[in-house]
Design a protein around this ligand. Structure first.
Ligand SMILES: Nc1ncnc2c1ncn2[C@@H]1O[C@H](COP(=O)(O)OP(=O)(O)OP(=O)(O)O)[C@@H](O)[C@H]1O
Ligand SMILES: [Mg+2]
Length: 319
């Protein structure tokens, strides 16, 4: 039975009133996240809106639906929990758990982290990524601004706006596209070579971005930073990250080697799974190095001509 105008208006007001906005948590390239209270359950929530005009509201709703679905499918304690995809007075938004703490990006403004803190944060990100990949997804936007460090010292992965099913081709509206326009997406400092080359989505691409985050946590600067976006992209494709100045302990040196393994241009030369990376990090944490055994990996893409066609490699060159 069609609802009357009064009832329809009341429902909209109820939905809008359900969330009382009390502040702003963050503003990104494509959206804004508000601090709010769910008046029905009385719990604090974060409301993520996608910037949209009334004309693009439908596309924005689709994007947020897919983002929420990816977060729900990942189903891991280290991924921010989605409560609902709501409609606030015609504006779609994701209602999710409101986290206390700050982003890893904010934390890094104070400088590089202690080696064991790097290991702890990295192991949690790797654990979250293992769950994302098990769900058949690639996050595609791993960077310090999308990693939240809670006040109790754990991490929560945010911002699944670029997440896509493994094997998806880049471009096109929908999954993995924040703007509806095909483009190289993701942040220059953390994007993998294969994403620049617009190859199908591969979980190992997230491992490259994790390597960039690990490097930045240890060095205090991203590995491929440059004056211009074009130079940064060239660095990602062609350059090795500069040496980290102070690597005083054996653990710090082992962590550096692990980061460099993750930052291999060729995905076949990296650690092959997030679970493997986590295992290597936990072994480092316990003060012993981890070897996944010697495995021969073959290169599948050629971003540099100077490397051999196949190499002996272990996941974690952490000895
Ligand atoms: N659940 C949350 N609790 C607390 N703060 C949050 C939460 N979600 C997001 N934030 C804050 O809002 C910022 C932006 O969130 P997010 O990365 O999801 O959106 P975005 O970067 O605007 O999205 P996009 O990259 O799609 O433009 C985060 O860096 C963080 O500071
Ligand atoms: Mg973000």
């Amino acid at each position: 039975m069609p609802r009357g105008d009064d009832e329809r208006r009341r429902t909209r007001i109820d939905e809008l009133d359900r969330y009382q906005v009390v502040g702003t948590l963050g503003v990104g390239g494509m959206g804004v996240v508000f601090d709010a209270v769910d008046t029905l359950t009385r719990r604090p929530v974060a409301l993520k809106f996608s910037l949209a005009t009334p004309q693009s509201a439908h596309a924005a709703k689709q994007r947020l639906d897919r983002e929420a679905e990816a977060m729900i499918r990942s189903n891991d304690r280290r991924v921010c929990t989605v409560y609902d995809v709501a409609d606030c007075d015609g504006w779609p938004c994701i209602a999710m758990e409101r986290l206390d703490g700050r982003t890893l990006q904010a934390k890094l403004t104070a400088g590089p982290l202690d080696t064991f803190d790097v290991i702890d944060v990295a192991a949690e990100i790797a654990g979250a990524l293992a769950a994302v990949h098990r769900a058949g997804l690639v996050h595609q936007d791993i960077k310090p601004a999308n990693v939240f460090v809670t006040t109790d010292g754990h991490i929560k992965l945010l911002d699944f706006g670029l997440a896509v099913p493994c094997g998806s081709l880049p471009a096109g509206p929908g999954w993995g596209c924040k703007t509806g326009r095909p483009s190289v997406l993701g942040t220059t400092n953390y994007i993998s070579p294969e994403r620049i080359l617009r190859l199908p989505a591969d979980p190992r691409s997230d491992l490259f971005s994790l390597g960039a985050v690990v490097y930045e946590m240890a060095a205090g600067r991203p590995p491929f930073a440059a004056r211009s976006t074009a130079d940064a992209l060239m660095n990602v494709l062609e350059s090795d990250p500069p040496a980290i100045g102070r690597l005083q302990s054996a653990t710090a040196r082992a962590l550096d080697r692990l980061a460099r393994t993750l930052l291999e241009k060729d995905p076949d030369l990296r650690c092959q799974s997030a679970a493997e990376v986590r295992k290597a990090l936990l072994a480092l944490r316990k003060g012993r190095s981890h070897s996944a055994g010697r495995v021969t990996f073959r290169r599948s893409i050629h971003t540099r001509s100077t490397r051999h066609d196949s190499v002996d490699a272990t996941c974690a060159h952490v000895h």
